[in-house]
Design a protein around this ligand. Structure first.
Ligand code: FMN
Length: 211
C-alpha cells in the first residue's frame, strides 16, 4: 500500500513537472461570423507545406480550435461528427513554448509538456516545423466500447479525418495555411504527451500564416 502511494506521488510529480513553467491559455470566444463562404473555402482548400514563422493571434488560435473540434451545441456535441457520438478525438496543440491539450469545455489550452516538440510532428518533413502551431489529432479507441480492435481503429481513423478536414476548411476560409499529415514521430509524441496504449496519434495539421 505504502509502495503504491509512493509510485502514485512520483507519477503526480512527473506530470506536474512536465508542464511546470507553462500556464493555461484561456481562449477567446470564437468569432462565428468570419471567413469566406463554404463554397469559396472548398474552392480554395489545398495543402501548403511552407509557413510563415509568425505566431497566430489569440483570436485566430481560438477560432481555429473551435472550428477543429469545439462545442457547438448545448448538449456538448462538437463541430466534428464522431461515430456513435463516442467523442473519441482529443486535439493537442504543439507550439514553440510547449504542448497543450485543447479543453473544449473550458475553452482553454491546458499545458501538458514544456518545450518545443514541433520537430517530432515534422519528423523528416522539416519545412512544416516553421508552422507556429501543429494540431495533433488523437483517437482514444477505448471510447468505442464493445467493438473489436480493427473496428475501433477504423472508426478512430475516420473520426480523425473529419476533424482534420475541419482544420482545412477553416484554414481555407480564413486565409491560413495547413496540410494534413500522417508522418510524425508517434512513439516520442506518445511519451511526451503521456498517452495511453489506446490513445493513437492519427493525423496532424501544422497551421500558420502563409509565407
Ligand atoms: C490521410 C492523409 C495523409 C497525408 N499525409 C501527408 C504527409 O504526411 N505529408 C504531406 O506532405 N502531405 C500529406 N498529405 C497531403 C496530401 O499529399 C495532399 O492532400 C494531396 O497531395 C492532395 O493535395 P491537396 O491537399 O492540395 O489537394 C496527406 C493527406 C491525407 C488525406
Amino acid at each position: 500500500m505504502k509502495k503504491l502511494l509512493i509510485i502514485a506521488m512520483m507519477l503526480l510529480i512527473t506530470t506536474v513537472a512536465g508542464a511546470q513553467g507553462l500556464k493555461s491559455i484561456k481562449l477567446n470566444e470564437p468569432n462565428k461570423n468570419r471567413g469566406a463562404s463554404v463554397m469559396k473555402a472548398l474552392n480554395d482548400r489545398h495543402s501548403t507545406r511552407e509557413f510563415s514563422t509568425k505566431k497566430l493571434s489569440l483570436q485566430d488560435l481560438s477560432d481555429l480550435l473551435w472550428a477543429t473540434n469545439g462545442i457547438n451545441r448545448p448538449d456538448g456535441k462538437r463541430t466534428a461528427a464522431t461515430a456513435r457520438n463516442n467523442q473519441d478525438i482529443d486535439v493537442y496543440a504543439i507550439m514553440e513554448e510547449g504542448a497543450y491539450f485543447y479543453d473544449a469545455k473550458k475553452n482553454e489550452l491546458t499545458p501538458v509538456a514544456e518545450g518545443d516538440y514541433r520537430a517530432l510532428i515534422a519528423d523528416r518533413q522539416v519545412s512544416v516545423q516553421d508552422a507556429p502551431v501543429s494540431l495533433l489529432i488523437v483517437s482514444d479507441i477505448s471510447r468505442f466500447t464493445g467493438l473489436d480492435i480493427e473496428t475501433q481503429k477504423q472508426w478512430g481513423a475516420l473520426d480523425a479525418g473529419i476533424v482534420s478536414q475541419n482544420v482545412m476548411i477553416f484554414a481555407a476560409g480564413c486565409g491560413l495555411a495547413t496540410v494534413p499529415r500522417v508522418y510524425m514521430n508517434k512513439d516520442e509524441l506518445k511519451k511526451v504527451l503521456k498517452l495511453t496504449e489506446t490513445q493513437i496519434p492519427m493525423i496532424n495539421n501544422p497551421v500558420g500564416y502563409k509565407r
